[in-house]
Ligand binder design. Sequence first.
Ligand code: CO
Length: 161
Amino acid sequence: MALRQIVKEGDSILRKKCRPVTSFDNKLWTLLDDMNETLNEARGLGLAAPQVGILKRIVVIHMNDEVLEMINPEIIETRGEQECMEGCLSIPGEWGILNRPEYVKVRYHDRNGDLYEVEGEGLFASCASHETDHLEGILYKDKVIRMVDPSELEESEEDSE
Ligand code: CO
């Protein structure tokens, strides 16, 4: 496994639409292992492949001590709305308030190519929305209602996606 460099805002790769994964092979598994290691090191919640310079539809989410690897993820159902505060590993040190669905259901392939669905509310819903947006070249700042002044964060420590 190896750490990958996280691409920062301003790099055009973050603005490109990602291609579906068609081969569930060793090369994919190495990329997933590296993305998991990179996300661990960055202490983030989620990471999308374009954030490590790979234009493929791959997302990893680390939440509640679980590692969720989603290949070709598709949000197939949403409900409600929540206001959340988000950051992004590609936009370090900044936070913004935006609206996301309160609930999402995601269909995805695992690393072996098997099809699954996962659903969740709250933080999972915002994180899954944030990461799948990355695959379309969308950053949370495109949807932000307002950016958060760092002084508002003094008491809280937030995770980055
Ligand atoms: Co992000």
